[in-house]
Design a protein around this ligand. Sequence first.
Ligand code: PLP
Length: 328
Amino acid sequence: MNGLSPVSVQEIMANDPAHAPVARAQEWTAGAAYVIDRFVPLGEAAVPITDLGLVRADAVYDVVSVSRGQFFRLEDHQARFARSCDRMKLSSPFVQAEESALLNELVARSGLRDAYVWWAVTRGANLPHPSDRLHAERFQNRFYAFVIPYVFIKDDADRQAGIHLHVSNDYIRIPSNAVDPRAKNFCSLDLNMSLMEAGAAGAEWSVLTDGKNVLTEAPGSNIFVIRENRIMTPELGCLEGITRLTALELCAEIGLNIEVGTVTVDDLLTADEAFLTSSAGGILPVSTVNDQPICQGSGPVSTRIHNLYWEKRWAGWHGTPVDYEAVN
Ligand SMILES: Cc1ncc(COP(=O)(O)O)c(C=O)c1O
């Protein structure tokens, strides 16, 4: 792979036969879903309108990606999902092995080799009497899932150029003692609104602080800041991202000094490089912060981590092959 610039992942996915979908009936190729107790083509999936996941954002979820027909770190995502459920007193109707079989079946039904796999447990329907809401065990929590073709947060050209990042002025990340960000949950208006603030400022993505100049995370992603031989990522106020964990492992592999701790806006503004990490985008290099250039395109360390991430994944690192024979 080219070590000088981020490899064109989407181009490879579009052209390499290893990414070609397995042939399936047309109704499933746009995506497959599981709604409470049944599999349905994506276009037929619907949520009951009184579900508290919809009405009150009372739900946790997770997302794992599949590339070249392999889940990436499926067990780590499932373990995090179980922790998210525990933290929010939600209970999945499925144990881990049932859950992985169900997610496998969804991917197999769609035939997709590159997929975005989402699943959630919601609180379920509201209870007849408001006082019942005091007791988590009285609810019947519901399971939902879907699989769609893999969606990148940003495309190859953006990864090569590095994105323009905006540090939100108007929004802070919800404090941990309000809604614990380590539980991957539906409360995301702080993140969503900061994206629109970034759009209005002419930037391409946003990042949020805790209100005291300390970085937390970005919508759908964690942040890394590189200065000299140090690479830093926030410890608190953020999701324990699985791609963050992966980037930390790759940083250790190439001998960088890692600091998981307090990272300030000033650290970012004076960085040599920065990147975002997510299941829906892998490693996403940053070129400017609040219109200030920090790096010309994707920097050398970001590029190295980016390319290693895809190279190792495609070689099977932390991979679980999808069993496409699970359906026929
Ligand atoms: C708020 C937030 N932070 C970070 C991440 C990155 O986590 P992961 O690398 O596990 O996708 C996500 C993923 O969607 C997220 O929603």
